[in-house]
Design a protein around this ligand. Sequence first.
Ligand code: WQD
Length: 345
Amino acid sequence: MSELKSVLVTGGAGYIGSHTVIALIEQGFNPIIIDDLRNAKEDVVPRVEEITGKKILHFPIACQDKAAVDKIVKEHPIWGVIHFAADKAVGESVENPLKYFDNNLGGLVALLEVLKDNGVSRLVFSSSCTVYGIAKSIPVDESNPVSYNSPYGFTKLVNEQMLEQFNAAHPEFKMVLLRYFNPVGAHPSTIIGEEPQGVPSNLLPFLTQTAAGIRPVLTVYGDDYDTPDGTCIRDYIHVSDLAEAHVAALEYMEKEDSPSFDVINIGTGKGTSVKEMIDCFEENCGTKLNWQVGPRRPGDVPAIYADATRAEEKLGWKARFSVKDAVTSAWNYQQKRLEKLKSNS
Ligand code: WQD
């Protein structure tokens, strides 16, 4: 039996991280989680174990704890790393930029130092379409100019440039940066899904919490944009598709001829407006939604969605799930969590 390749997953108890851990196990990898649970519930890892039937090593530490990370890397034959651990709330980053600089920038520096010291030389990095700001052309491809609209977007852009310069100094260290569009939905089992701490800032969790009666009303942040129905357009990608893209990126790095450094959009290639998301929910989840139109949200771009051809060419990856699959899975998960909360109360 060949030794399974161990993959260190920082932030592996988070929304995207936990779904990726499942995909890694399904593809024959051995995920080892580093997550200090600052933005994840402590029962997520046991739920992932329930889905996969596998025991998963989880170290509740921060990437900045270099001594602890170094000990883990020395004690386990780490083949590659997927780095999710970061803060990602645009609004919060405007109010508290230092928190984002410390965690998103400081955390990456600390991790790279440990990986370099231990000869670990494969990294998949969680980047974001936020680096495109207001895109020059849509659908947006990887050559689109990059900028930032918030301290969060600034940290993602600087992360990318840190990695590019580190790679130039250490070309033997292979890296793939994945620029996510808008992750949504829940695992088909409905045992894990998106469950942000506090009041959701993202559309779909706020929408499902409104439908579940947890929030009184969903406010659509502006319907006077220059789009067909006046609401903003995004590329909503099912989190299980996104998870599989990470495994595809690891397998891409295994190929002798894969480049030492690459940047790849991970989206569906389709744009969906806020109003269309509401319609999709009402048409497929059998529930009317209480929503209203409010003022625009500062920092929102009118429209962005991916040109995802490079992901298909290089990774052999293409999104399989539809927006309808994502919306219905998110609603199924919301209802299941509500039942659990009621039964526990
Ligand atoms: C989507 C659309 C809102 C909530 C952010 C980050 C991005 C990535 C995904 C990390 C917008 C509208 C939202 C609400 C609304 N995160 N909306 N009412 O801002 O596109 O992307 O999350 O990588 O980097 O920037 O996602 O879900 O917040 O908003 O009308 O209550 O829904 O105005 O048009 P966003 P979002």
